[in-house]
Design a protein around this ligand. Sequence first.
Ligand code: FES
Length: 167
Amino acid sequence: STAKTTLRVNGQRRELTVDTRTTLLDALREHLKLSGTKKGCDQGQCGACTVIVNGRRINSCLSLAIMHDGDEITTIEGLGTPDKLHPMQAAFVKHDGYQCGYCTPGQICSAVSVLDEIRQGIPSHVSADLNVKPLLSVDEIRERMSGNLCRCGAYSNILEAITEVGG
Ligand code: FES
């Protein structure tokens, strides 16, 4: 059966009528033609399909589109434009944080979310008094990015890029 769902994608209201079994990933790629979000394994193993939903990253292949009625969704297309890259996108370019590029949108959405997770976790008196970026250890980034696989093995450059933005 089909159902209507209304998503806010990259700041725009998008109404969809989808099969109730349609994943959020397929809704983005096939219904909304936002092909920046990639399909790797389609079963929650690789992270290529990572998008940000209400400020938290998820694997969009594991979620049904109809579960996201009213949700705020950010995909790689919503983070920056070719003329005005998001700082994380710029850092990936600078540090060659990719080879084939297939995992990159998911890596970047995940990385943006990781920094938010860590910022939210620091005690407020520290951030308020010092007005500094949180200290990120490379191990912590590596651990939190472990759901995003890169078959080319560009991990060290990916870590450098994220560390530059958040470290
Ligand atoms: Fe969703 Fe691999 S395509 S985790």
